[in-house]
Design a protein around this ligand. Structure first.
Ligand code: CTP
Length: 469
């Protein structure tokens, strides 16, 4: 079949084909770029497989293009050519064979067919010829097109072989299902279940890359449900696995926290593409199993689960090789604060409580409100309606108070060095005490967020502390 899609007629691909012709080499565009061409998805990275040396063809293409950037990776036998925003990766066709006693394959030069055989899924094994006489010819030996039509993820070879060759592919299968809204073929699914333990030989970094892609998909719950159903969950994220299940006492059960969590995650994903807000959604109730208690009067309670959950995050991020930086701090903050808006909504909304929330959340308040609203997964329609009404009231109050008092990026109007200067104090606890008192007075609405009233308040406080006569 000849493909006649404007994208395959990119001048740079013709140039690659013509150069290969001059050198007497066969070459094909292959993998994700071809898959995405049929799925109408944007894709910048082009993989070209050459029957022969990928490096030699890349060098010739780069010198023809002029002003292109060439990187050669001799150890891997690959080379990359970058021109403007297009990146082409060249690799020689390979044949890989694995021995049962070693994880590393024996790699030999091979034919296009050998190369297609070693790929992960039928939809990723599609190749389009770039040589002039066969330009645009599609080679689809495993029915990848039909699988894409049927939204099915299937391996080209026996899935036990494909997955044991590279166990990360099990997670890639789940990730594609989540990203593309595809189904796992039953043989693919069964093979993941059988081979799941092998995921443990994969580096945490590669696992985290796939998890982040699942998290960024339109409905991340699809990925997490599959991770659970295939039995991968306890192996890659035991703390999330601990959220599963329902316990019942005296006829009272609590929600299945895992199912609730992935619903909250989908709700957040509908409103925001922020990867770290999505992680906060996944982790918002992670402290619940540790704090679960039962008593006859209150039933099931999870006292302080936000706080305990926030404390668990550094260890989770470290062990999953997620970033140990301000992104993690943001997730900790979101998990810690996630109950606050709900408490405000359920209880009386005082100005001072709203000011404190604005102060603590700062610029992340809008994200916190998205998380809080996403957390309402009750089936009780009356409860949900009441929540949404109060939620809007709270938002309105936040806008009013923010306009009036500018609390979000609040810095106390009287600074520490000024306190020391006026009161002739060295750096000491009392300076901190006065600063906190000024901050509290503003947040509680005792004084406005302005310089003169804050200074007067400081002098008054200093008097009370016996620092001024
Ligand atoms: N591949 C594979 N096994 C892997 C990773 C990749 O067989 N574990 C093959 C697939 O043919 C894949 C190609 O290498 O299409 C390129 O891999 P990569 O760039 O990682 O993924 P894409 O399929 O392009 O998808 P994405 O860019 O969304 O990650």
């Amino acid at each position: 079949m000849i493909i006649n899609n404007p994208k395959i007629n990119l001048p740079i691909l013709h140039l690659v084909g013509d150069t290969a012709d001059e050198m007497g080499l066969e070459c094909y565009v292959i993998g994700g770029w071809v898959r995405d061409l049929f799925l109408h998805r944007e894709s910048q990275d082009i993989d070209v497989v050459v029957v022969g040396s990928g490096i030699v063809l890349a060098q010739a293409v780069a010198s023809k293009l002029g002003k292109a950037h060439l990187s050669v990776f001799r150890t891997y036998g690959t080379a990359q050519v970058k021109k403007n925003d297009i990146e082409i990766e060249f690799v020689g066709a390979r044949k890989e064979s694995y021995r049962s006693d070693s994880r590393n394959p024996i790699v030999e030069d091979g034919t296009l067919e050998d190369d297609q055989n070693r790929r992960d899924f039928t939809m990723n094994a599609l190749a389009i010829c770039l040589n002039k006489s066969r330009y645009g010819e599609l080679l689809d030996p495993f029915g990848g097109l039909q699988d894409m039509d049927e939204c099915t993820i299937r391996t080209p070879l026996d899935p036990d072989i494909t997955f044991s060759d590279d166990p990360l592919r099990m997670l890639r299968a789940v990730r594609f299902a989540s990203q593309l809204g595809f189904y796992l073929h039953s043989e693919t699914f069964d093979a993941i279940c059988r081979n799941r333990e092998r995921i443990q030989i994969i580096t945490k970094e590669r696992v985290a890359d796939e998890l982040n892609k699942i998290m960024l998909s339109r409905r991340p719950s699809v990925g997490w449900k599959l991770i659970d159903k295939t039995g991968l969950l306890p192996l890659i994220f035991p703390e999330l696995n601990n959220l599963k299940g329902v316990e019942t006492k005296e006829g009272k059960g609590h929600k299945d926290i895992f199912l609730h969590t992935i619903q909250v995650l989908d709700n957040v994903a509908e409103k925001s593409d922020n990867l770290w807000l999505r992680w906060a959604a996944l982790l918002h109730d992670i402290g619940k199993p540790k704090t679960k208690t039962w008593d006859e009067k209150s039933g099931w309670t999870f006292f302080n689960h936000n706080y305990i959950g926030a404390k668990m995050i550094p260890r989770i991020f470290r062990s999953m090789k997620l970033p140990q930086n301000e992104k993690m701090d943001y997730v900790i903050k979101m998990v810690n604060l996630h109950m606050r808006p709900i408490h405000l909504i359920e209880e009386e909304v005082t100005d001072s409580a709203v000011r404190r929330l604005l102060f603590e959340a700062g610029d992340d308040i809008d994200d916190l409100m998205i998380l809080c609203s996403a957390d309402i997964t009750s089936r009780n329609q009356e409860k949900v309606e009441r929540f949404h009404k109060n939620y809007e009231l709270l938002k309105q109050k936040m806008v009013e108070l923010e306009e009036r008092d500018r609390i979000r990026n609040f810095q106390p109007p009287v600074r520490g060095d000024e306190i020391m200067e006026i009161l002739h104090l060295p750096p000491c606890n009392q300076v901190g005490e006065i600063k906190t008192a000024i901050k509290d007075a503003i947040l509680d609405g005792v004084i406005p967020n302005e310089y003169e009233p804050a200074k007067a308040f400081m002098l008054q406080k200093a008097k009370e502390m016996g620092l001024l006569t």
